[in-house]
Design a protein around this ligand. Sequence first.
Ligand SMILES: [Zn+2]
Length: 322
Amino acid sequence: MVLATQLCYGSSAVLGRAPAGALIQRMVFFLSSPHMCYTDGPDEEGLRYVPRPMHIWPMTQPKSPLNPFVWPQLQAIPGLAHGVFTRHGGVSHPPYATLNEAFGNGDSPDAVAENLKRIASWLDVNLLVTTPQVHGTQVVVVDEAFFNAWPQKTAKGFSLVVGPQADAMVTDCVGVGLLIKIADCQAVFLIDPVRRVVANVHCGWRGSVQNILAQTVHVMQTRFGTHPKDLVATISPSLGPCCAEFRHFRHEIPQDLWRFQVRPTYFDFWSMSRHQLTACGVRMENIHTAQICTVCHRDIYFSYRGEKTKGRMAAVIGLASL
Ligand SMILES: [Zn+2]
């Protein structure tokens, strides 16, 4: 297929090609890193926020200033590139410092383009696809018709396609990085390793209330034949139950979701997402939560609640050549 040729990665999956000699560097980096990482398990349906012990996971590529959060469980899947990037490693100036990925919020377009170039380079993709996010439930399928409909802009050695307003993207195209922009909202990756389909979902509290996750799983099922039991899901660093206060929850959150209230006016949206995914048939043991609150860790991540930031982080997933 022409499209597959055009969108093919230039080399093998980035996550499987780190030089063996990088191990020591990674260890040194880890010891000096402010990152925290909690593992997740099948018993996370409970309503209490229970931090897990830290463990080491592969860090940045050598010589790259970027240090995205990655999941070992996704790295174990062949032909997959992913990362939830932090606010560091870019060129934007305050209040967008430094790895802002959002155009149109007042930041220099040149700076955003350079930031996106760095992300594309880290992931080893040359095409990023994103959409204007509107806290809705629209799911767009990124396929040949999509690329025929939406212009591809090329600059600084990579290409960007901005599609229609939507808060989730699904694709089976190789070499396409699906980019969601976040600052407290969840970016939820959905991977069907059997059918070779990936999705990226922008899931803020409005998305949770409207259950955009179920909408996305439904599109994967109907369009690509995905079986939910095959899906692997990850929940990015995002607003944690420690900081998710909704004083007006009686007007904002439907009563059937009040069970996720962990203490008066505070909600656990991570558990809510896990519940919504398992209700679709996703296995709990296949759902991996970063369990990092962006409000608590705004030295690492952009946080809208924490600082009313205009900066946005990038969460990207894409299929690489096998
Ligand atoms: Zn917090």
